[in-house]
Design a binder for this molecule. Sequence first.
Ligand code: KIV
Ligand code: ZN
Length: 404
Amino acid sequence: MTTSTTINHPNFGAIDRDRVIIFDTTLRDGEQSPGFSMNLDEKLRMAEALAELGVDVIEAGFPIASQGDFESVRHIAETVKGPVIAGLARSGREDILRAAEAVKPAERKRIHTFISTSPLHMKYKLRMEPEAVLEAVTRSVALARDFTDDVEWSAEDGSRTDADFLCRCVEAAIKAGATTINIPDTVGYAVPEDIERIFTMLRERVPGADGVIFSTHCHNDLGLAVANTLAAVRAGVRQIECTINGIGERAGNAALEEVVMAIRTRPDAAPYRNGIETTRILRTSKLLSTITGFDVQPNKAIVGRNAFAHESGIHQDGVLKNAATYEIMTPESVGWQKTSLVMGKHSGRAAFRDKLRALGYGDVGDNALNDAFRRFKDLADRKKLVYDEDIAALFDETVVRDHL
Ligand code: KIV
Ligand code: ZN
């Protein structure tokens, strides 16, 4: 295994070993999920937002898939500055030529080519013998290298691939000129121990492994995509493939916002750097929701509307005294304005008093507060959510009725 402190990459130069490349595939794998397709304008807006967010690589699409996808990748390559622009291609010649043409105008470009390597996929999907797959690896990577020095090779269904065969494929890809080696957990089957074992094995056994960047691409079928991604980084992987809001095939891909905030919040457990401007996370997530028409669930980590909302009285009291009691990161650090104290049947008197202050009632006397709080609790038992207007109306009524 390597001991050098930097690794050379055609598009990034000398990269420190603690720097993790953030490869965003919202516009490719994310867009492949049912109902999430985007038109050219929407893809462009999203790509601009991703560049502002600070991702290192934007996988802009799968150019052979359709004329629309080709044009989207091409436009993004022409106009979006900053990140490397990647286009996906299977191992066939036509796919690679199409991807090369689409990413051509980019200042920094990448061709990402893949083929399945698991017994199941080779036998039933590709109907190819392992030796033929191996030849395709060499051929596809070498062809892609004719168009750019930055070539990524992926072993589709890599986590369910025989270890010896995976080593041979990775060695062939490196020899043919791949600079990034991605081992996807295509069907989200792996657990963190599998992921750590696979990458450790590849880095130990494959000749030339210390000269390339290993990459992880985890799907979320068992809800383990983020945990698996962090396990991969622990095993020496330095490129993370992820999507905004975790969108992607079936249960989705590793969510960019979760991986990035895990690294940022736990530098003791994950001492790695990346270039993400975290305060732009929420607006990027919202832009994607607006474009696709799919909001994230309320309890979604980092970007869900309840991620920094507190309803229970005990929690609200704690947060009012010191936010760190129930918040492991500040809402501002990911783009929220502030913690929100949601008023409901679990809320306590301290939060209620605070809410009245926020609504402009100043410091309310104890009697009025107690009466209003009692009525608020009755209301909260009947209504799921109590809005600011309800509280204002209830307080006005209490004061007018009993305390004037
Ligand atoms: O999940 C997967 O295997 C993929 C590859 C095409 C990289 O998306
Ligand atoms: Zn995928």
